[in-house]
Write a protein that binds this ligand. Structure first.
Ligand code: NAP
Length: 313
């Protein structure tokens, strides 16, 4: 264990939802000595046993309200659709000065769902790590998930500096880089970089599932020609992604409209044999790819960004 030279950032950290993101956080909190005690919250008995067996938490419970008592940091790490109810359940049990943060892929909806429940004596620092894979559950986490990845914080105007700095320090200790922006801006950027690509992947794979059987089996056999990367993204957790689309509905629908118009332009160019149009578009997209490579945020496979196995939400 490499302890934090400044001593632990927190005394008791509660991770509600010890899945891919929650367990990766737990591994880092433990490894870097960021908390004296880690408590996990999980509904499933199997997951609770696995969390303890993997040493992800010192104790684990299915009772979030009980778990947060005496905690100075609570991290919401379930799918975003569960946040509102969880906030309502834990709010009366939060200690003064407790820092509440989250990892949700949408930020406007998270603030709307969580903030109204929280008492004035706690500090809410919404956060979103731009790192992930298509795996889920407590066995999916690993130490380097956040290394050299961005974490976007969307602090509320009334949140004091100190809790924001503590959450920044937590993520930096995990190897991440920090950016800050307002929640709506976050939701617009992520709708383009993550939500729309996932929707396209889900749709393409869904289209393939509707094909007649012989064609479908050939699609699977020859999937390495591009389809495979879409299937990896479309293999992401259905609960998480259902919640993302329902939580960022307006922004995604607006972007989808623009995407459909651009798709029609491509369709028209193909029909008219307009090679110049296609060549120009594909050259521009290649330049975007190069700038992602230059920013060291590219993986081996197209169209995801990040690690080679990244399907980040
Ligand atoms: P995950 O692996 O499915 O983990 C979520 C965990 O939450 C599950 O293991 C589940 O365990 C627990 N859970 C669900 N509902 C709960 C509830 N009501 N109370 C307590 N625990 C509950 O999901 P993940 O990929 O870590 O994603 C978690 C969050 O991170 C989501 O909000 C997502 O938007 C965000 N995020 C994901 C990615 C990504 O690429 N995966 C990237 C960035 C951010 P039990 O069934 O045992 O309770």
């Amino acid at each position: 264990m490499s302890a934090n030279p400044q001593g632990p950032l927190f005394t008791k950290v509660v991770i509600i939802g010890v899945g891919l993101i929650g367990s990766s956080l737990a591994i880092n909190i433990r490894k870097h000595g960021l908390a004296t005690e880690i408590v996990g919250v999980s509904r499933s008995a199997d997951n609770r046993a696995e969390i303890l067996q993997r040493g992800l938490a010192d104790s684990v419970t299915d009772n979030a309200a009980e778990a947060v008592q005496g905690a100075d940091c609570v991290l919401l790490c379930t799918a975003v659709g569960a946040y509102g109810k969880l906030a309502e359940q834990i709010a009366p049990h939060l200690s003064p000065g407790c820092v509440i943060s989250d990892v949700g892929s949408t930020k406007g909806s998270v603030i709307a769902d969580v903030a109204p429940h929280l008492p004035d004596h706690v500090h809410f620092v919404p956060a979103h790590p731009i790192a992930g894979t298509e795996q889920s559950g407590p066995s999916a986490g690993f130490e380097t998930l956040f290394k050299d990845r961005w974490v976007i914080l969307t602090p509320l105007p009334q949140t004091p500096r100190e809790p924001v700095e503590k959450i920044e320090a937590l993520w930096r200790a995990c190897g991440a880089m920090i950016d800050k922006m307002d929640a709506l801006h976050h939701d617009r950027v992520l709708a383009m970089t993550s939500h729309l690509p996932h929707l396209i992947a889900y749709t393409i794979v869904d289209t393939a599932t509707q094909l007649e059987d012989d064609l479908k089996s050939e699609v699977i056999k020859f999937s390495a020609s591009g389809f495979r990367d879409f299937t990896r993204i479309a293999g992401s957790d259905p609960t998480m992604w259902r919640d993302v689309f329902l939580s960022n509905r307006d922004v995604v629908l607006d972007l989808l409209q623009r995407f459909q118009e651009d798709l029609v332009n491509m369709q028209r160019a193909i029909r008219k044999g307009d090679g110049a149009f296609l060549f120009e578009r594909f050259t521009e997209t290649r330049d975007i790819r190069q700038s992602i490579v230059d920013a060291r945020q590219a993986g081996q496979f197209i169209p995801t960004e990040g690690n080679t196995d990244d399907a980040s939400g």
